[in-house]
Design a protein around this ligand. Structure first.
Ligand code: NAD
Length: 417
């Protein structure tokens, strides 16, 4: 069968969960529950555009598993997003929350749209209607969305407000909100900060000196721009970054402040002064110590994995490496920090935001960053220890950590009724 990339996304995660459950002798009931999604909602809804005509959009919200706590996962606005991709991302969230041991399950949502083609008022109407459509599933104790590709704190604010109009004031229904309405200090950079922490721990492990490390970052959005900035602050040399329109390269290092200003002004990193243009494909194959894919899925594949020259790949994005590519990277001695660990900083600080909302309290940024640092460091150490003990790659070790916790929780809770 000719399976599309999107259909392959969920199949890849499912297969890995299935194989590792069998390897760990996890019960068949747990395995069957974890290789499918618990709840899937598809919505189709009309939105009035600024010129008066009406467009009908499709959206999804998928809960993969909520055994360990309310489901948790971002909302993606992208023209190519599909239900199958959302299922894969929801399953990754279940694994991620279990790897870093926050009391959540996993979910994901999406609307098929290009937010760049919508005006602010159209984006608000689309968001509010989508929020109303998925209100049957979400809630502070049920399923708590957050930002993902194409969404931001403003979109979260509209969802919080729409839900609160329907059910009463509920800041805990969503995380990644603006500070003024219960967002957490440190949340905006949290995914990039967590990725930076794991990249530096990996560098220490493979004996790369951070002060001399060269770094290439694919994707210059929420995750990519933050991780580039934070790694530069630690002394790393950021030699290349890219976005959907292309990339820029300077082996002597990029001026990140100037680059951010250029991106704000022009909408892209492309054309920044004192740089050579490169394609996204070329960026992945650059000579560097640390490669950070922080854009979309399926970037490192069978065809280009052998050309990756980085010593460390820290997956800021979800699902950037296919299973075939994973095997090639492992055989070539590339140290991969898998997505469920490398980009878990976002969900950790989302958890801290939700805790603050439930307590009606606000913490200082240093307090939030301190928790983030210790939770990321503990999770990295635990996964590394399993990887060494079981002689498996870091992704398998991370899945083993997560699946052991999930199976224990499922067994303890039993089956209703
Ligand atoms: P974003 O929309 O802020 O940024 C995405 C970046 O990728 C942009 O610079 C965009 O131009 C670029 N991009 C898009 N298509 C590309 C392509 N084909 N080639 C190269 N670059 C491309 O999104 P984000 O929130 O930074 O998310 C990036 C990745 O990180 C996604 O995989 C997301 O699921 C994952 N992630 C995000 C968070 C979070 O807190 N935002 C948390 C965990 C994981």
């Amino acid at each position: 069968m000719n399976t599309s990339v999107d259909e392959q996304a969920f199949e890849n995660v499912r297969k890995l969960i299935n194989d590792i459950c069998q390897r760990m002798s996890i019960s068949e009931t747990c395995r069957l529950r974890l290789t499918g999604c618990e709840r899937e909602l598809t919505v189709r809804f009309p939105v009035k555009m600024d010129d008066g005509h009406v467009r009908v959009f499709s959206g999804f919200r998928v809960v993969h598993n909520d055994t360990r706590g309310p489901a948790k996962g971002g909302i993606r606005y992208h023209p190519d997003v599909s239900l199958d991709e959302v299922r894969a991302l929801a399953a990754l969230m279940t694994l991620k929350t279990a790897v870093v041991n926050v009391p959540y399950g996993g979910a994901k949502g999406a609307v098929v749209c290009n937010p760049k083609d919508l005006s602010l008022t159209e984006l608000e109407r689309l968001t509010r209607r989508y929020a109303a459509e998925i209100a049957v599933l979400i809630g502070p104790n049920l399923d708590i969305p957050a930002p993902d590709v194409g969404t931001n704190p403003q979109v979260m604010a509209w969802i919080m407000d729409t839900y609160s109009q329907m059910r009463g004031y509920s800041p805990g229904v969503i995380t990644g909100k603006p500070l003024e309405i219960g967002g957490s200090k440190g949340r905006f950079e949290a995914t990039g900060r967590g990725c930076m922490i794991t990249a530096l721990l990996a560098a220490k492990h493979v004996r790369v000196d951070a002060e001399e490390a060269t770094v290439a970052v694919q994707g210059f959005g929420n995750v990519g721009a933050a991780v580039a900035k934070l790694l530069a602050r630690e002394g790393c040399l950021i030699t290349a970054v890219s976005d959907s329109r292309g990339g820029v390269y300077n082996p002597k290092g990029l001026d990140l402040e100037g680059l951010l200003a250029h991106k704000t002004e022009t909408g892209s990193v492309v054309g920044f002064k004192n740089t050579e243009p490169i394609t996204n494909a070329e960026l992945l194959e650059l000579p560097c110590d640390i490669l950070i894919p922080a854009a979309l899925e399926h970037q490192i594949v069978e065809a280009n994995a052998a050309s990756v020259k980085a010593k460390i790949v820290a997956e800021g994005a979800n699902g950037p490496t296919t299973p075939e590519a994973d095997r090639i990277l492992y055989a070539n001695g590339v140290f991969v920090v898998p997505d469920v660990l490398a980009n878990a900083g976002g969900v950790i600080v989302s958890y801290l935001e939700w805790v603050q909302n439930l307590q009606v309290f606000c913490w200082e940024e240093a307090h939030v960053n301190g928790y983030l640092h210790s939770m990321m460091t503990n999770a990295f150490a635990e996964v590394l220890e399993i990887s060494a003990r079981e002689k498996v790659d870091m992704r398998t070790a991370a899945y083993m950590t997560a699946l052991r916790r999930l199976a224990a929780a499922m067994t303890a809770r039993g089956i209703f009724p």
